[in-house]
Ligand binder design. Structure first.
Ligand SMILES: Cc1cc2nc3c(=O)[nH]c(=O)nc-3n(C[C@H](O)[C@H](O)[C@H](O)COP(=O)(O)OP(=O)(O)OC[C@H]3O[C@@H](n4cnc5c(N)ncnc54)[C@H](O)[C@@H]3O)c2cc1C
Length: 398
């Protein structure tokens, strides 16, 4: 029987496994995950937002997969009775120079087919978010919230019900091709596969090099996103989701307020270089991983170009007062005292040699593998659509 191995038990790997077995239940499909639980990294530490498709270049993989993935995710949550809410969100310009960017965003949303997304007056903004200030705003009714760890675990459950196998605690350390099959060597086992699908998130470049035996053309640069939480008695300051106008040169959305499905309101995330790929704390350092990021020519170019933005983010990481100041642009009455620590997530952001932070999703095929080399936000929203795309690529081979 043909055997497909998926490396990585995050939301993308699990959605891929599920979609392959939905299309061809006769295949043997195994997910190898290094942790003792599913979805421990990006999937388990994200903002929990069901993105509408507002931000992405029409026709890009992000736009098409987010819009399709949005509908697939909502259907899945309804069928599996996973709680979610379509809360809508406001995107707010707080300075007049941001207004043209906000208008471009609205235009893009309309091009991406977002019905009902519209400019709102400041009176309406106050109705949606009574404590929010700005000079112009748009409302996006499609946006929602969900707990992605729960979604990923349910993908895992459905995948197993369809005959898939998940092995936890299996860190893939090596891979080699022997007689047309790939031998995948983990800390305590050897698995043979006809096809390997690499969904290893923060380590996807490393795994791609292992499987293909070729130097990767992109490097994963880990960007930590730190959150604060609103104190319980201050949660009234945010009704749903409040976003700033993002800097179009940067792949991150800027610090925002998000009501979470599991309760509470998060403020953040910022974006600072993590000194370790799975470095959730400022003190987490892995010298060889840090040296690799700093030595990557593409990262050096990004650092030269955006050093001012980067320093600002770094400063906000160390100074709660500065973080609060950034948030006060959206909610002026917020004080430093209203915020408590809220944890962090680390984004796997692919960076090419020439200094481009890869904007779109990137999935590359080679002889015995399919490698997901860039799956940042909105990959959780888009997961079922990405899974379907990869399943199609995989099944063409059998
Ligand atoms: C701070 C933050 C906020 C975000 N907010 C949103 C949001 O609101 N909405 C949205 O749609 N998206 C959001 N995203 C993006 C989204 O979370 C990610 O795009 C998505 O989770 C990527 O899933 P993944 O399966 O590719 O990666 P991961 O969830 O990181 O999974 C990869 C898995 O591979 C495993 N692995 C790695 N190396 C090995 C190895 N050698 N052997 C075996 N296993 C291995 C890891 O342990 C991990 O479980 C956010 C991301 C972050 C970090």
């Amino acid at each position: 029987m043909q055997h497909i191995i998926i490396i990585g038990g995050g939301i993308v790997g699990l959605a891929t496994g599920l979609k392959i077995l939905e299309r061809n239940p006769a295949l043997k499909v195994t997910v190898l995950e290094k942790e003792q639980e599913l979805a421990k990294h990006q999937t388990g530490n994200n903002s929990g937002v069901i993105h509408s498709g507002l931000y992405y270049k029409p026709g890009s993989l992000k736009a098409t997969n987010c819009i399709q993935g949005y509908h697939d995710l909502i259907n899945f949550c309804q069928t599996e009775e996973i709680p979610f809410e379509l809360t809508g969100k406001v995107v707010v310009a707080t300075r007049t120079e941001q207004v043209p960017l906000l208008n471009n965003l609205l235009k893009r949303g309309i091009e991406n087919g977002l019905e009902g997304t519209r400019e709102i007056s400041l009176t309406e903004l106050r109705e949606y978010e009574p404590h929010c200030a700005g000079v112009a705003a748009i409302f996006v009714p499609q946006t929602g919230i969900v707990d992605y760890k729960k979604v990923a675990e349910t993908y895992g459950k459905k995948f197993q019900e369809k005959g898939g196998t998940i092995h936890l605690g299996q860190k893939v350390n090596k891979a080699k091709t022997v007689n047309g099959k790939v031998e995948v060597i983990t800390s305590n086992n050897v698995f043979a596969a006809d096809l390997v699908i690499n969904c290893a998130g923060l380590y996807s470049d490393k795994i791609a090099e292992m499987i293909t035996g070729e130097k990767s053309t992109v490097k994963i640069i880990p960007f930590r996103g730190e959150y604060y939480k609103l104190k319980k008695e201050k949660e009234y300051l945010v009704k749903n989701l409040i976003y700033p106008v993002p800097d179009p040169n940067f792949p991150f959305l800027g610090v925002h307020f998000t009501r979470m499905m599991k309760g509470g309101v998060e403020a953040g995330p910022n974006a600072v270089l993590a000194f370790k790929r799975e470095g959730y704390k400022r003190t987490d350092v892995n010298l060889s991983e840090l040296a690799e990021s700093l030595a990557w020519p593409g990262f050096q170019k990004v650092a030269c170009k955006y050093w001012k933005t980067g320093m600002g983010e770094m400063y906000r990481s160390f100074s709660k007062a500065a973080f609060t100041k950034a948030l006060q642009e959206l909610i002026p009455e917020l004080t430093e005292d209203d915020l408590v620590d809220g944890g962090a997530g680390v984004r796997a952001q692919a960076c090419d040699r020439d200094g481009g932070l890869v904007d779109d999703f990137s999935i590359k095929e080679s002889t015995h593998s399919i490698n997901v080399l860039n799956a940042p936000s909105p990959a959780a929203t888009s997961s079922l659509s990405i899974g379907n795309t990869i399943a199609e690529m995989a099944l063409k081979r059998f």
